[in-house]
Write a protein that binds this ligand. Structure first.
Ligand code: DLL
Length: 422
């Protein structure tokens, strides 16, 4: 049953696994036990897959309330790896994996690479960041599990990326789609033709991108560019993969994740095909399973492609919250706000302007000074430094005179544009 068997067998497997994971969190995670009790549900209420709708959602708030390890459903001695992603304020969102989880993660990543057309024996240039971010290590172990040779370059130092691609002649590139275009720019800057490079396949994700961007990558780099979706709270990368023969939607690895689409406002379940927010339940995670996790990602469910039992998700079109992804780093406005509070020379009236003039995101922070006088440029420099240290992104800060930023009912005004401009 390589991809999960036929539809009926798949649903039976999902139900069996769902019952086990609900029982596991009920038994081992006090936070889940309390939430279930408050909602008046117990593991025995789950008889059919549809019964999942009786159970409460999990959100980033739950992860924050139990920071750092309160959502773990395994003993700390059983945890083999800890990753983290952005939280909504100063504290990151933490995820833990048992050795078993790491094995399944590597299998799902290997399955994704195979689905994209990657083969054992090929060379993989991994330009996703290594570290707390799940992208680099997630792909790394998946490529190794497949039997490919991984080149663990990580992100940044673009001139060196080009040199390594030219010298090592990798077959597959893993990166964020915007970074792939930055690599293409660097080829051009060095007077080299990226279309002539050895890369034949790219797996891209971690940020929203468009068909136009895909065409640009494919044309400029002479490769097939496919979409890959995932998020730390659920696994990291490894949740859904686009097949080359069924472009436009990504097959969800439904033997490990139960997908629902809900109305982002009301939380009401929507029918297959309707656009809304993706909600995911992990079916096999031991370290930190999540039940009905609100991803905040907007998409819709699409029927399986011929011959494959698993349903698909359309390309993610945006988010139902105000999270931005700045050069692959997830940033919440509340994180920036928390940093602004650290410099008493500014007040928390600010505007965030996210732009993508070429391929790379730029985040401008316009913030009001507390006083008319004072060296605004020096304050701006300090705030830029604080944001870099605490949030991890480079921004351009502009300090403006008190009272100059528009207020709507005295609240903070935020301007975003989440969509890549291409
Ligand atoms: O970005 C995991 C990942 C790494 C996926 C590498 C694909 C490739 P987080 O840092 O937790 O995890 O960010 C997850 O990124 O909720 C989406 O908003 C966004 N995202 C991830 N993949 C895509 C995609 C990784 N293919 C958040 N299209 C998610 C659009 C994506 N958005």
């Amino acid at each position: 049953m390589r991809d999960g068997g036929d539809g009926g067998a798949l649903r039976a497997l999902q139900l069996e696994r769902l019952k086990a994971v609900i029982a596991r969190v009920h038994e081992r995670v006090p936070h889940y036990r309390e939430k279930f009790a408050a909602a008046g549900v117990a593991p025995r209420d789950l008889r059919r897959l549809e019964d999942i709708e009786k159970f409460p959602f999990t959100t980033k708030e739950d992860l924050r309330a139990t920071y750092p390890f309160g959502m773990f459903a395994a003993q700390m001695e059983e945890i083999a790896r800890i990753h983290a992603s952005s939280g909504t304020t100063g504290k990151p969102t933490v995820v833990g994996y048992t050795r078993g989880d790491l094995g399944i993660w590597a299998e799902l990543m290997a399955r994704s690479i195979r689905a994209a057309g990657g083969k054992p024996g090929e060379k993989v240039h991994n330009a996703l960041g290594y570290g707390l971010f799940t992208g680099g290590l997630g792909y790394h172990y998946g490529a190794e599990h497949l039997g490919a040779a991984v080149i663990p370059v990580s992100g940044g130092a673009t001139a060196r990326q080009v040199q390594l691609i030219n010298d090592f002649r990798p077959d597959i590139l893993m990166a964020t789609p915007s970074y792939a275009l930055t690599i293409a720019d660097e080829f051009a800057r060095q007077g080299l033709d990226a279309r002539a490079c050895s890369l034949r396949l790219g797996m891209f994700g971690a940020e929203p991108w468009s068909e136009t961007m895909r065409m640009e990558i494919e044309q400029r780099m002479g490769m097939t560019a496919l979409d890959h979706y995932g998020l730390s709270e659920v696994m990291g990368p490894g949740v859904a993969q686009e097949f080359p023969d069924a472009r436009g939607a990504l097959t969800i690895w439904e033997d490990h994740f139960l997908a629902e689409i809900v109305d982002p406002e009301t939380g009401r379940a929507l029918a297959e095909g309707e656009a809304g927010e993706l909600v995911l339940t992990t079916l096999t995670k031991e370290g930190m399973p999540v039940i009905r996790y609100r991803t905040r990602d907007l998409t819709r469910l699409v029927p399986p492609a011929a011959e494959r039992p698993m349903r698909r998700m359309a390309r993610v079109t945006g988010r139902s919250d105000d999270m931005m992804i700045v050069r692959g780093v997830n940033v919440f406005p509340t994180q920036i706000e928390a940093v602004l509070a650290k410099d008493e020379r500014v007040v928390p009236h600010y505007r965030l302007e996210l732009r993508r003039p070429e391929h790379l995101d730029e985040l401008d922070v316009v913030v009001e000074a507390r006083a008319e006088d004072g060296d605004h440029a020096a304050i701006a420099e300090n705030v830029e430094r604080l944001i870099k240290v605490f949030v991890g992104v480079t921004t351009r800060v502009q300090v403006v005179a008190p009272g100059t930023i528009a207020r709507s009912e005295g609240k903070v005004v935020r301007i975003f544009d989440f969509r890549p401009k291409d």
